[in-house]
Design a binder for this molecule. Structure first.
Ligand code: PLP
Length: 372
């Protein structure tokens, strides 16, 4: 992949305006980025709010949803989220994430959230019935999900058909739908956005990570005209009063534009499709291994679980040992619990993929060997 244009745009922006506080002023790269993002999202998205990381883009989405109703004098205070969710590490984002180990010290300060179970095919109808029952209270301002793939929960995947049904239910009860595409956005799932697999689109989308190709810190929260209009007023109290020092940093915006240039080039999509194809082949082989369960793939994400009975095996705590095992072979994989996943960059070469594949096979050979 040609990164020279990215370097050039980075350097040019550095020489033009490296930073300006994004309050009462704008700059060309923010304008360009906003226009281009709106163009590649579904038609009803029209307004872009800038911030500087994924957690904040989620935080902004939640605040927008609450204030959307507040500005109209409607009292709605509840949020629906999904068990296993990860939306970031700030308070709002933690509140809508999976409760437990990682955020236990802060739990008393979280706001009220109702959770639906993660959809496995057999429980989908039960979950939707539960969601509908909750929505009927008319107390819900929004629902938030990681569309199609829950990242931190172990790359758990679910169907766009389920998500369409859930989104439709929310719509029916005037509940705003937030997709957290911080991880799934920008080609990760095989299409530009996970929502591109869905018929029903969200009202608000949170973007970060792949937005700048992972090069600079930037977050966007994109909303519809309907949401924007609830804030449009001469009264300051109706305004969305949220900003950070590094909101819409010009260099970050320039890099995001350069990254969007790459998505317009065929080579990027060849890269994405190659990774997806190599994953598919590897998935078929992994399904035959007796220590591997639950092989799943969505675009450029491949994940599988290592399942070992008995505590005293070499890999009883898969995470730490596998992590070290891969590192020693020059491969940086970060297993989540007993889940091993490959979330590959799209510029990965066949040779580099081979290196990962071989390391995984070596790990499985070790597990299958009679010595342990
Ligand atoms: C990484 C991630 C976040 C948090 O983004 P940060 O930039 O790390 O704050 C939020 N949601 C999802 C789905 C993520 O994967």
């Amino acid at each position: 992949m040609d990164t020279r244009t990215l370097e050039k745009q980075f350097a040019e922006q550095f020489k033009t305006i490296d930073h300006v506080v994004f309050a009462g002023v704008t700059h060309p790269k923010a304008v360009e980025l906003a226009k281009r993002i709106v163009e590649i999202l579904p038609d009803h998205f029209s307004k872009v709010f800038f911030s500087d990381n994924g957690s904040t883009s989620v935080e902004v989405a939640l605040k927008m949803a609450f204030q959307y109703f507040h500005n109209q004098g409607i009292s709605k205070h509840r949020i629906l989220a999904m068990h296993g969710a990860y939306h970031g590490d700030t308070f709002g984002a933690m509140s809508v994430g999976q409760r437990g180990y990682f955020n236990a010290p802060f739990e008393p300060y979280f706001f009220d959230v109702d959770y639906i179970d993660f959809p496995e095919r057999e429980n989908e109808d039960v979950i939707l019935t539960e969601a509908e029952r909750l929505f009927e209270s008319e107390e819900f301002a929004a629902m938030i999900v990681e569309p199609l793939v829950q990242g931190a929960a172990g790359m758990r995947m679910y169907s766009p058909v389920f998500l369409d049904r859930l989104t439709s239910l929310a719509r029916k009860h005037d509940v705003l739908v937030i997709f957290d595409e911080v991880m799934t956005g920008f080609g990760r799932t095989g299409k530009l956005f996970a929502m591109d697999y869905c018929v029903q689109k969200p009202d608000i989308v949170a973007l970060s990570k792949g937005l700048t190709g992972g090069v600079m810190a930037l977050g966007l929260t994109v909303a519809t005209e309907k949401i924007y209009n609830a804030f449009l007023s001469n009264e300051l109290s109706k305004a969305f009063l949220h900003g950070h020092s590094f909101t819409a940093n010009p260099i970050a915006c320039a890099v995001a534009c350069a990254s969007l240039d790459l998505f317009e080039s065929e080579a990027t999509w060849v890269g994405i499709n190659n990774v997806a194809m190599w994953h598919e082949n590897l998935a078929n082989i992994l399904r035959e291994d007796k220590y591997v369960t639950n092989v799943r793939q969505q675009g450029t994400i491949l994940a599988f679980d290592i399942s070992i009975n008995g505590e005293n095996s070499y890999f009883s705590s898969v995470r730490d040992k596998a992590y070290q095992f891969f590192l020693e072979r020059g491969v940086l994989l970060r297993p989540l619990g007993n889940t091993i996943f490959i979330n590959a960059p799209y510029c990965l070469s066949k040779g580099e993929y081979e290196k990962i594949r071989v390391a995984i096979h070596e790990l499985l050979d070790l597990l299958n060997s009679p010595k342990i």
